[in-house]
Design a binder for this molecule. Structure first.
Ligand SMILES: NC(=O)c1ccc[n+]([C@@H]2O[C@H](COP(=O)([O-])OP(=O)(O)OC[C@H]3O[C@@H](n4cnc5c(N)ncnc54)[C@H](OP(=O)(O)O)[C@@H]3O)[C@@H](O)[C@H]2O)c1
Length: 366
């Protein structure tokens, strides 16, 4: 594809993710929404009209036969990902599939096999990885500013309206906190540290059989622990804190599309011209002052060794992953180096192992 050519997108599904993505595509001058596919003709027509797409389909085979589509964004519930992705790939359409890539690692491998056999681009839509703040945190860790990473704590919890038939609570649709939320934390630690060597987990299983809450502890043999907690039933701070031997970094709420990073050093600067001098003495006094401690608790850190880095981004944040897909397609790449297919499979394998330990199976998976 010519670098100047507009990339023509198709979307499958017309729910929340599809709406957010269609809005974000409008931020990319070299992208255009060509078509949408819904189970309902009326919804397809309405969505196409709302986002200026030329075609609305209610038959996936007719949709993938449209020569005006270069790449498909798959925004259906989790249990539909495998079949929709494979249908698109078999028609030689490039694919960006919403997270989680599939219900389990076996399904993920089946999608990847088709993509690789046909030489067609495919990527899990783990949009968090392409947000500027996430990339900045990775860069900061690699630069050594916080030293060796020793602990990572990530939580993702939002009290979600209870509807047993919704994609969140329906086991048949691949519901539950693990695939909807813990997958972000696991993907983040994998992005920053690679695959963990050991994972243990505990969950609360709800009435519909999904894990309503899960807490994972991941161990890296090189001396790092990561906790990943996820909840459908309670609101949590939604932060990611990475603690190293020389300081820490925090991706502020919501960590998966954060606008702000806190960076703190746990040491006095080695070259401080003030070592033992005026500023150091003031800081020591402030730390032992009762009023200053209350202010610190209320206002956050006033330590000169900490700072907040602003990382603004545009839109809902889905435009960054779309831009990466378009870059790859134009460069003739069949996967992204930032979200490789093997890593999507590996993350699902970790989730498979967790589900084995908590005894949770998806009916109809694989
Ligand atoms: N919403 C978000 O902020 C968000 C963020 C990140 C990732 N995701 C991921 O995106 C995917 C979709 O999430 P969503 O929040 O957009 O869900 P949603 O609002 O329920 O929409 C899913 C859409 O998929 C289509 N669909 C196809 N088969 C379906 C079935 N058997 N049951 C229900 N809908 C079916 C429906 O469109 P038609 O009726 O037109 O066929 C429906 O509107 C999930 O994999 C989720 O993990 C969502």
């Amino acid at each position: 594809m010519e670098s100047s050519q507009c990339v023509r997108w198709g979307i499958v599904g017309t729910g929340q993710a599809a709406v957010d993505f269609a809005h974000d595509l409008k931020l990319l001058p070299d992208a255009r929404l060509a078509a949408v596919c819904s189970r309902s003709a009326a919804k397809a027509a309405e969505f196409a009209q709302q986002f200026d797409a030329e075609s609305g389909y209610h038959d996936i085979q007719q949709f993938v036969a449209d020569d005006d589509i270069d790449v498909v964004y798959v925004a259906t519930p989790n249990h539909q990902h495998k079949s929709v992705c494979i249908t698109c790939l078999q028609a030689d359409k490039a694919v960006l599939c919403e997270k989680p890539f599939a219900l389990d690692s076996l399904e993920a491998r089946q999608i990847v096999d088709v993509a690789q056999a046909r030489g067609v681009f495919c990527m899990e839509g783990m949009w968090m990885r392409f947000i500027p703040a996430t990339l900045r945190v990775k860069q900061l860790i690699e630069s050594g500013v916080i030293g060796d990473v020793q602990m990572i704590n990530i939580d993702f919890g939002v009290a979600t309206h209870y509807d047993p038939d919704s994609r969140h609570f329906d086991l048949g649709q691949g519901g539950g906190a693990l695939l909807d939320r813990a997958v972000y934390g696991l993907s983040l630690i994998s992005f920053l540290m690679g695959s963990p060597d050991d994972v243990v987990a505990l969950s609360n299983i709800g009435e519909t059989g999904v894990d309503e809450q899960s807490a994972l502890v991941c161990r890296y043999n090189r001396g790092c622990l990561a906790t990943v907690s996820a909840s459908l039933t309670t609101n949590t701070p939604n932060e990611a804190v990475i603690l190293g031997s020389k300081g820490h970094l925090k991706l502020h709420n919501p960590f998966f599309r954060s606008h702000r990073i806190s960076q703190a050093s746990s040491h006095e600067p080695a070259e401080s011209p003030d070592a033992g001098g005026f500023v150091t003495n003031i800081k020591k006094r402030l730390r032992s002052n009762h009023v200053a401690q209350i202010l610190h608790a209320k206002l956050g850190s006033f330590d000169v060794n900490s700072k907040v880095l602003a990382e603004p981004f545009r839109g809902n944040g889905l435009n960054y992953e779309a831009a990466e897909v378009m870059r790859c397609i134009r460069a003739g790449e069949t996967e992204s180096g930032l979200m490789p297919l093997a890593e999507s499979i590996e993350i699902l394998q970790t989730l498979d192992n967790v589900r084995d330990t908590i005894g949770l199976e998806f009916p109809g998976a694989s």
